[in-house]
Design a protein around this ligand. Structure first.
Ligand code: TYD
Length: 238
């Protein structure tokens, strides 16, 4: 595995999913226009219909401090140094984990859905901005930043599809949306490398299919996660 060559396996071992019985942490990833938001709303409805307490968080953001950092990055009119960018995202993430994620997961039956998480930093700052996976993983190797979701859905689309969907939206472009094709190609390569590194956690979903087909695939995988963990909990109780 070529990506593993430059990565400290000890650092890699520090990543783990939070262990709170009956609670789950999920994340969604993809380049601009992948359709994360629509899928997240539908998954939330589905899980609520099964009586889970579902909390959707967006990254960067999700706390007052994180929202201020979000503005600092996404509304920046001048270029931000890649190291500054990576550290700002990690700061917002640490605050979100400490202030919201860890507290909420303590309540059994809670599902946190993060709209972007660690893999965005790996793809955008690690590859897009060229800092390297090693740097981003090191930055996240301590608690609570070493907590990773139980499952991550990477909704994959190509650069042309992304541009086409962004044009349709016709919204003003933020800091990252104004980047050229090269940057998007790097992001896709970054996500592919993240998939190589975390093959069990990250599930690749073809984002060019019909919305309901994508949603049913996501639901099947989420149900599987829940039923597998339920049987683990049941066994422990025996
Ligand atoms: P947002 O408007 O939430 O974008 P989207 O709708 O595509 O999720 O803006 C978040 C932007 O920040 C997005 O372009 C990806 C970028 N980002 C990073 O570069 N690194 C990160 O770690 C995170 C969480 C986001």
């Amino acid at each position: 595995m070529k990506i593993l060559k430059n990565i400290d396996t000890e650092v890699l071992k520090s990543f783990r999913a939070p262990a709170f019985p009956g609670s789950y942490f999920l994340s969604f990833e993809g380049i601009e226009g992948a359709g994360k938001s629509t899928q997240i709303i539908q998954l939330k409805d589905y899980l609520e219909s099964k009586n889970f307490n579902v909390i959707v968080l967006r990254e960067p953001g999700g706390t007052p401090f994180g929202e201020r950092l979000r503005k600092a990055i996404l509304e920046s009119k001048s270029e931000i140094h890649p190291l500054a960018e990576a550290n700002l995202f990690a700061s917002a993430r640490a605050q979100l984990l400490w202030e919201v994620v860890l507290k909420e997961l303590e309540n059994p039956g809670t599902i946190i859905i993060a709209d972007r998480y660690l893999d965005s930093s790996l793809a955008y700052q690690g590859v897009g901005r060229g800092l390297g996976f090693g740097h981003i993983l090191n930055l996240h190797s301590q608690f609570p930043l070493n907590l990773v979701p139980h499952l991550t859905f990477y909704i994959e689309i190509d650069v042309e599809t992304s541009h086409g969907r962004q044009k349709l939206r016709n919204a003003p472009k933020d800091y990252f949306e104004s980047q050229g094709d090269d940057f998007y190609t790097k992001l896709i390569s970054g996500y592919n490398q993240a998939l190589e590194l975390f093959p069990n956690r990250i599930k690749r979903i073809d984002g060019t299919r019909k919305l309901d087909e994508i949603q049913s695939e996501i639901r099947v995988m989420t149900d599987k996660l829940i039923s597998e963990n339920k049987s683990v909990t049941d066994q422990k109780e025996l």
